[in-house]
Write a protein that binds this ligand. Structure first.
Ligand code: HEM
Length: 482
C-alpha cells in the first residue's frame, strides 16, 4: 500500500520536474537555434513545424490566389523584405523588391539555378529547358530565339490572324455567350502547335495536357489513382504522340523535304537532333514544356484584360478607337500586319496594367548553388529562393495607389526589374513576343467583331495549380455588323 501511496503523492511532483526539464530543453534548443541563426546570419523568419514548415499556410493562401496578400505581406511586415521559411520540406528564403529581382534573376548558374518541384520536373520532362545546365540552356535559348524573335514573328502574324478568325468563326459565331478563359486557352494551344510546331492541335490533345497539369504540383508518388499517377499516364500518351511527330520530321529532313521551314521551331529542334546537338528526349521534353508555358499563361492574361476593360468602360472606349483606326485602312477580310500590331500602343498599356495586377505566374523558385551573401544575410548553399512579381507590382514606390487600374502608368518607361510578368535575366520568358502577338491580335478581332459584356464581373480567381477564373469567365457576346 505504502509504495502506491508514495507514487500517487509524488506523481504531480515528478510531472512538474518532467515539464520543467522539457521546457528547459526546449528553451535551450531555441536559444541554440537562435544563436546559430545569428551566427550564420540567416535572414529573419519562422521555419514553422519540422519538415512541413509553413507549407499549409502557403497552400491555403495560394488556392485563393492570395499568396502575396495573406502569406508574403504579413511576414514582410514582421521580418522585412527578405525572410526565411520552410516550404515542402525545403528551407526557403523569400525575397521581395526590384534589387532582389535583379540579383537573383541575373545570377542564374552563378549563384542560383532554377528549381521546380519533383513532380513538375518529372511531368514536363527532366530534359526540358527548366532543369538544364548552362550549355544546353544556351543552345535551347538560341533555337527558341531564332524562331520567336521579331523577324520570325512578323512572318507569323498573318497565320496567327488566320487561326484567330477561324476560331471566332467556329467557336463564337452563332452563340450568345462563351467562356473567354477556355476559348483563349484553346486558341493559344493551337497557335503554339500550328505556328511553332507545325502540328494540328487535335481534339483531345488539350485535355490530355490538362490531365498532366493536374499533377505538376502534386506529391510525386505514383500511387494508382493519385493525381500524379494520372498525370504521369497522360504525359506518357503525349510523349508517344510527340515522339512519332519528331521521328517523322527527322526522316523528312534527312530526305531533304523540310528545308524551307527554317522558321518553324520544331524543325529547328529536329535539325539539332539530326546534327547530334540534342537528343530525341530533349526535343520531346522541350516541345512539351513550350506548350505548357504558352497556353494557360496567355489565356489568363487575355481574360484579365477583358475583366479590366469590363470594369473600366472609358479605357475600353479608348482601346476600341485604336482598333477602329487600324481597321480603317484595311480591305474586308485583310489580315493584320506586324506594323498594325505595333500601332496597338494603348492596348499594350492595358495589357501590361492587367498583367501588373494579375500576373499569370506568381514568381518562381531558385536554388542556391553556393553560399550567398545578400544584403548582410547568408543564404546557405542548397536553400531555395522564392522571388515574386507582386512585391514590385504592388509597391506604391513604383505604382502609386497600386490597387487601382490605370494603363497610363505605362506611358513612361519602367525602371528595370520592377514590372516583371515575363521574369527577367537568363530565364526570362522565351515566348514573350509570341504571347504579345497572340494577345493583341485576339483582342483586335474580338473588339472589332463583337459587342461583349462580363456575365460575372467579380468572378473569383482560383489557383489549381495555376490561376484561372473559377467559372471560366463567361461573357455575353453579340456580333457587330461588319
Ligand atoms: C502571358 C503569357 C506568358 C507569361 C506571363 C509568361 C511568363 C513567364 C515567366 C515569368 C517565365 C520565367 C520563369 C522563371 O524565371 O522561372 C517564363 C519562362 C518561359 N516561358 Fe513564358 N510566359 C508567357 C507565355 C509564353 C509563351 C507563349 C511561350 C512559348 C511560346 C513561353 C515560353 C517560355 C519558356 C520556354 C520559358 C523558360 C525560359 C528559360 O528557362 O530559359 N512563355 N515565362
Amino acid at each position: 500500500m505504502a509504495p502506491d501511496m508514495a507514487s500517487v503523492v509524488s506523481w504531480p511532483f515528478s510531472f512538474s520536474i518532467l515539464s520543467l526539464s522539457i521546457s528547459l530543453l526546449l528553451f535551450l534548443l531555441l536559444a541554440i537555434k537562435t544563436k546559430s541563426c545569428k551566427k550564420k546570419n540567416l535572414p529573419p523568419g519562422d521555419m514553422g513545424l519540422p519538415w512541413i514548415g509553413e507549407t499549409v499556410q502557403f497552400y491555403q493562401a495560394q488556392v485563393k490566389n492570395r499568396l502575396y496578400h495573406e502569406f508574403v505581406l504579413p511576414r514582410m511586415a514582421k521580418h522585412g523584405p527578405i525572410f526565411k521559411t520552410r516550404l515542402m520540406g525545403e528551407p526557403t528564403v523569400v525575397v521581395i523588391g526590384a534589387e532582389a529581382n535583379r540579383f537573383f534573376l541575373s545570377n542564374e548558374f552563378k549563384f542560383v539555378i532554377s528549381s521546380w518541384p519533383t513532380a513538375s520536373v518529372e511531368l514536363m520532362g527532366k530534359d526540358s529547358i527548366m532543369g538544364k545546365g548552362p550549355e544546353l540552356h544556351r543552345w535551347l535559348r538560341g533555337a527558341f530565339a531564332s524562331c520567336l524573335n521579331c523577324a520570325a514573328l512578323e512572318a507569323l502574324a498573318p497565320k496567327v490572324c488566320g487561326l484567330v478568325t477561324a476560331h471566332l468563326d467556329t467557336s463564337w459565331r452563332g452563340r450568345e455567350s462563351v467562356h473567354l478563359f477556355h476559348s483563349a486557352k484553346i486558341l493559344a494551344f493551337s497557335i503554339v502547335c500550328e505556328c511553332l510546331l507545325g502540328i494540328k492541335a487535335e481534339k483531345g490533345l488539350v485535355e490530355t495536357f490538362e490531365r498532366v497539369l493536374g499533377g505538376v504540383f502534386a506529391v510525386a508518388v505514383e500511387v494508382p489513382g493519385s493525381e500524379f499517377w494520372k498525370a504521369k499516364r497522360a504525359r506518357k500518351e503525349i510523349g508517344k504522340v510527340l515522339r512519332g511527330v519528331v521521328r517523322e520530321r527527322k526522316e523528312e529532313m534527312e530526305r531533304g523535304l523540310r528545308e524551307e521551314e527554317e522558321l518553324m521551331l520544331l524543325s529547328r529542334l529536329v535539325l539539332g537532333l539530326v546534327r547530334g546537338e540534342v537528343s530525341e528526349e530533349e526535343v520531346v521534353d522541350n516541345v512539351v514544356l513550350l506548350i505548357f508555358a504558352a497556353h494557360d499563361t496567355t489565356a489568363l492574361a487575355i481574360s484579365m484584360i477583358f475583366r479590366m476593360l469590363g470594369h473600366h468602360p472609358h479605357c475600353y472606349d479608348r482601346l476600341l478607337q485604336e482598333h477602329v483606326e487600324i481597321n480603317k485602312g484595311k480591305r474586308d477580310g485583310e489580315s493584320l500586319t506586324w506594323e498594325d500590331v505595333q500601332k496597338m500602343k494603348y492596348t499594350w498599356q492595358v495589357a501590361r496594367e492587367s498583367m501588373r495586377l494579375f500576373p499569370p505566374i506568381f514568381g518562381s523558385f531558385r536554388k542556391a548553388i553556393v553560399d550567398i551573401d545578400y544584403k548582410g544575410f547568408k543564404i546557405p548553399k542548397g536553400w531555395k529562393v522564392l522571388w515574386t512579381m507582386h512585391g514590385t507590382h504592388y509597391d506604391p514606390q513604383y505604382f502609386p495607389q497600386p490597387e487601382i487600374f490605370d494603363p497610363s502608368r505605362f506611358e513612361k518607361p519602367m525602371p528595370p526589374y520592377v514590372f516583371i510578368p515575363f521574369g527577367g535575366g537568363q530565364r526570362s520568358c522565351a515566348g514573350y513576343q509570341l504571347a504579345k502577338l497572340n494577345m493583341l491580335i485576339f483582342i483586335h478581332y474580338i473588339v472589332t467583331r463583337f459587342e461583349w459584356s462580363l456575365l460575372d464581373p467579380h468572378e473569383p480567381i482560383v489557383v489549381d495549380p495555376l490561376p484561372f477564373p473559377s467559372k471560366g469567365m463567361p461573357i455575353k457576346i453579340y456580333p457587330k455588323l461588319l
